[in-house]
Design a protein around this ligand. Sequence first.
Ligand code: ZN
Ligand code: ZN
Ligand code: ZN
Length: 952
Amino acid sequence: MLSGPMGASSLVVDPDGGDAKDADEANHLTSKVPIEEERKSSPVPDEDQEDEEESDDSRHGGGHRKSDAGTSHPGFSADWSADASPRAHIFVPVTGSGRWKCVACRMVIPAGETNNLKEDELCRETFREGIRKYRENKSVDHHWVKRTNLKGKCKGCGKSFQGKLAFGSSKEVVGESCSWCKYSYHMKDQCQKDKSQDDFCCLGVHKSVIVPSTWILKVPRKGSFKSSLKNSPSKNRRRKAEASSPTAEEGLRPFCIKPIPDHKISPLLVFLNPKSGGNQGAKLMQKFQWLLNPRQVFDLTQGGPQPAIDMFRKVPNIKLLACGGDGTVGWLLSVLDKYQIDPLPAVGVLPLGTGNDLSRSLGWGGGYIDEPISKIISGLQMAEEEMMDRWQLKVTRNEYQSSDTRGKDALPLNVVNNYFSMGVDAHIALEFHEAREANPQKFSSRIRNKIYYGQAGGKDLLLRKWKDLSNDIEVICDGEDFTPKLRELRVHSVLFANIPSFGSGTHPWDPAKGTQQINDGRIEVIGLTTYQLPMLQGGLHGSCITQCRSAVIRTTKTISMQVDGEASRLNPATIELSFLNQVKMLTRRKGQGKSRITYADPDVALEITVSRILMRDYAAYHQDKDKLKDMSKPVGKIKTNSKADLSEVRDLIKKVLENNPGPNQQSFVQDWCFIDAVTAIRFFRIDRAQEGFHYLIDICDDSVVYLVLNDDEDSQLTAEEPLVIDSPIVAEAPPKPVLEEQENEIVSNHSESEKRDVFLEVNSNLPCPRNGQEPPRNTLSPKTQMPKSASPEPSPTIQQVLEKTTEGILKAARLGDLKMLRELHQEGYSLLSIDETGKTALHYGARFGNKEVVKYLIAQAPPSILDLVDNEKGQTALHKAASYKRRTISCMLVAAGASLLIKDNAELTPRQLAALAEDNELASYLESQEEFQREKAEGLVDGNSGDFETPV
Ligand SMILES: [Zn+2]
Ligand SMILES: [Zn+2]
Ligand SMILES: [Zn+2]
């Protein structure tokens, strides 16, 4: 399925090839979910006993998978058939051990013995059988299981379970814990005595979202006697088939939910596809089954969301959690549309895979990494609810216009949650999808996808194909005809965006042109050119057309379109876009659930030590905080304030890292993520897309912030995929196979030798108001760093008058110090300042890969800066960008109108320099653009120069 607007990001979400490996590695890291810190001080339930039995893969237990075959079923989810037994385990095979582990209680039982269990070996009771039992007993009993490995502390004596055995291979029972509430007791007499007085189960920290077993009733079918607990497999299978047949009426359903009203309980129903995100889905499913009632965790491959929603639809205050990509969320919402549930259930998102724009827009991040699931559940318990608009599309075929043989008369989806678009972005997504369908083996990995993507775009000369889009469509928004405007902008794509995030986290709508809200009944209309598409990756916006409540689009040709990432070619038609309804979504907001900071706190200055951890150490010792702290290396300090969030301090930390490279000097600056060192008993990484939601002081331990540096080529465990370029232009992050052939100096955007040069070159008496380690102002956020056309900018004439030159401008550009650059500019220094080599700030920004600087200069400096040549080599900034393989920057410069035709003193164009640097993708991109520019210069391409490349 395609879910990225421009394709590539989502194209790779499919559960094959490269993803699976990544996910497996990630899973390795997530295999332990410890308890949360706030519970550490009191007797606490232990959330995770996984290592108890799972860590011993080396144990020999006959390990033949033969025994798995008969009994395993795909989702390993609860049995909802008429034969279900309330205390049946949900076994999954423990790979290679010949044993089975229950996901609900984590008991491990040899394969042959799963059918002959004694009373005290049965699982926790997940439902009640018959009305009588339901009335009799309204409380849940503990389900004690003896454990060989327990974390946390005994509820009886308050002492820790941990001790002598750090890497517990012992079979010695250290205590008992309850599979419901997770509270634990030692086996010692006194603790057992305490346990015997602890007579009913409170369901633990997640009780407000757990569906108690007392709510779920299995009722005998009419006319049948209560079935026995054990049945022959063949009978079992038959019954299952009956139960899942679509003709089953409600009255025949063997289960019903009878909630015991309690306003404090809002049960969370979890939906996931165990096959999604490689193996990630299956692992997560098991964690939810352990932490909640396994009967509130649903495998989407077993009949989709409908049976669960049907069963729970009358339960007050239910919340739904969609684990997966945006498509999974859309699926759930479309099923909810069939019911009139009042009040509407709120829907949360746990993003798996990549892309995930809806999840990003709601504050749940770009993709699950290794945050403890218990913490995620707590986050959902506290999440705010926000309504979200949805839109419908009605297509009426225009029979008078001829169609393409490949065209269709309908769109792939008729409801819009994320966006609806037509033109070049949909075309790319579609071509990619088709190429992949035709040749799946060529698309087995994410990397290959990216490479192909770049080439396909270049070859196709998409520009020429889509330059006339605005002649083939008519766009009327709220009755106003915007076609002339689209023609004037010469857009190659028209996007109707319901949510702010698009294409794996880009923001095509400029908030300066009007607030974009997901619940204001308006949809944002944005025009995009082939130039602007890659610019979105650099943080810029498209051409904002309007915000409207309805739209009519008429097409006279077969045009590629996509809805929420599903693309097709639509024959000439009239498309009516109108408001459909609103759904209730759960959103995560800044600082949510954090107790250490209150909004009333004064803004206190802080000095925080930055300490780095290498990815390989993190992978090996992620569960051992103390060990990782010992292995971490302090690399410097930052000064900030108590209200700074992570996105605000990222730049400060980047500078600290630049001065203190890791052992492997490649990629140490960009490829790192923050660690939450305090929320759980292990460290976990923070999704880059969520940095804006965390205050720095909430993740620091003793004024130290820990980072993981991904210095290991193989571990690929970064917080977030580098933004995948989804346009015909190649990705910034060089695909791996290419990267391996490159020289270090060129590969790294910030290799140490470059930086050293900088410091040697810099003349310290230059006017430099800040040393770059200054705390950011409270208002400094990624948004405000973005150059906007609306921002106060001296008019050209004033700029001329105020013009002073300084090498400080050049220094700032070299160092990537946007703040300094902006301040010098505001003080009146010219952005056209040059040094003795004739280089401008743009040369340096491009040379050193400082994207923010380049972005700022493009937006703020006079356009003449683009083609200024230095006097050493006669090169423009684009020459520099091309020879240092700066892909995004090359795209930005080209999009801004930099010439591709200028030859340097060696008679080389930027394309030739890219080819010499062996960056073939970049060279082929530059070639396609060069061709276009040449045609334009020769008047072959109509359109006056410069009217369509200004992105802001
Ligand atoms: Zn069990
Ligand atoms: Zn309990
Ligand atoms: Zn004890």
